[in-house]
Design a binder for this molecule. Structure first.
Ligand code: PLP
Ligand code: LYS
Length: 417
């Protein structure tokens, strides 16, 4: 903490709040760059950097400035919609470095991605394969394809973000994959390129991902023996980050090491789809305390950010550390336990329970680790304009998304004649 309170890189958060208002998402270019370098370094350490493609999972945070920064660093992109495709292209991403995931790609989305010339479709069902074959045929092309296999591995994470169990809607059962590959290889407008697997998000233990990699590699070898030789292996994303001061996450190199060790001696190219681990701890949500409301059982601090800005606490009961931005604690009085809540009309509208803080109305708070699945999942619930987003770069701050204006929120609506 400096004299003028918390800083991101060289810039005081209090100054950002004064200039851009609150709530405001604040990202650090240096932190984004360092997170990406963490992956490159881990791959380099295993001699895999030259045959690996890091496809940033756009859903984690799709702001154009962030996509553009990763594109400049050499990243590819993992997309799940035509909207994300358009964003990546608008941000200067290379189409030949895009992989397209998702259980329900429409024919129009397939067409857009084929026309753009993406690297690969991660196909998630036998039916999707037929649709893609048909669409590629209508364009006179062959669609590059990986099958997303579901290895039935327990990722040991929150059930809402676990994707690799048999019960999940994602991918095809690994037991069925061999037959579907054979079918894929026989389709005239499909080019079998790779295999894909993503077992869930916010994984802190490297063992499930390594176990999934074993199952994937066994299938790759079995396919090769049958004459279906894959060019690349996509092991998805999922690496978790530290959300709580007292709950450290493994370093990127340590998390990836068991998986990478299995890939080092092989010939295939590798694809990774990290989202959260590239952006999560490079962003925070800056908010102001509007009202302090002592209660009989609990004391509430009502802030100007809410579940519509950051829905992870409401949705997953997720924890985000919350810290005071100001440095002048002397006049504040004793710390006490607060419920940090937003103004939205829902009891589930909270950003943190039971936080020990010394607060006055008007204080600024920083909700940490909010760079991933924060703004990307924000809504206009209660007709609240979505927050501004800024990126700090050394000593400068750039507005990368202006705050929405209220009139914009109903500009697409019309009344009956
Ligand atoms: C197919 C796919 N790839 C990559 C990701 C990115 O995951 P994470 O943000 O956990 O790295 C997700 C989201 O979980 C996903 O569904
Ligand atoms: N939205 C989730 C992650 C979803 C992962 C998407 N496949 C979160 O905030 O943790």
């Amino acid at each position: 903490m400096h004299q003028d309170g918390l800083r991101v890189e060289g810039v005081a958060l209090a100054g950002i709040a004064a200039r851009f208002g609150t709530p405001c998402y604040v990202y650090s270019r240096a932190a984004l760059t360092a997170a990406y370098a963490g992956y490159r370094d881990a791959l380099q350490a295993h001699g895999l950097a030259d045959r690996s493609l890091i496809c940033y999972a756009v859903k984690a945070n799709s702001n154009l400035a962030i996509l553009n920064l990763f594109a400049r660093l050499g990243a590819g992109f993992d997309i799940v919609s035509a909207g994300e495709l358009a964003r990546v292209l608008a941000a200067g991403g290379s189409p030949e470095k895009i992989v397209f995931s998702g259980v329900g790609k429409s024919r129009a989305e397939m067409r857009a991605a084929l026309e753009a010339g993406i690297h690969c479709f991660n196909v998630e069902s036998a039916s999707e394969l037929d649709h893609l074959n048909e669409v590629a045929g209508s364009l006179g092309r062959r669609a590059p394809v990986s099958l997303r296999v579901n290895p039935d591995v327990d990722a040991r994470t929150h059930p809402y973000i676990s994707t690799g169990l048999k019960s999940a809607k994602f991918g095809v059962a690994i037991a069925d994959a061999f037959d579907i590959y054979r079918r894929a290889a026989s389709l005239p407008h499909i080019a079998v390129k790779g295999i894909d697997c993503h077992i869930g998000s916010q994984l802190l233990d490297p063992a499930p991902a390594a176990e999934a990699a074993d199952k994937v590699l066994a299938l790759v070898d079995r396919l090769a023996a049958a004459g279906i030789v894959l060019e690349h292996i996509d092991l998805g994303g999922g690496m978790g980050i530290q959300y709580r001061a007292d709950e450290p996450a493994p370093a990127t190199t340590d998390y990836l090491a068991p998986m990478l060790a299995k890939l080092a001696g092989r010939r295939e190219k590798l694809v990774f789809e990290p989202g959260r681990s590239l952006v999560g701890n490079a962003g925070l949500l800056l908010t102001r305390v509007d009202v302090l409301k002592p209660g009989e059982e609990k004391h509430f601090a009502v802030v100007d950010a809410a579940m519509n800005d950051l829905m992870r606490p409401a949705l997953y009961d997720a924890w985000h550390d919350i810290v005071k931005v100001g440095a002048d604690d002397t006049a504040t009085g004793a710390a006490m336990s607060y419920e940090i809540v937003g103004p939205v009309c829902e009891s589930g509208d909270f950003l943190g329970h039971d936080r020990l803080l010394a607060l006055r109305e008007g204080d600024l708070l920083a909700i940490l680790s909010a760079g991933a699945y924060g703004m990307a999942m924000a809504s206009n619930y209660n007709t609240r304009p979505r927050a501004a987003e800024v990126m700090v770069d050394g000593g400068s701050v750039h507005l990368i998304r202006r705050r929405e204006e209220i009139a914009e929120l109903f500009a697409l609506e019309s009344v009956l004649p």
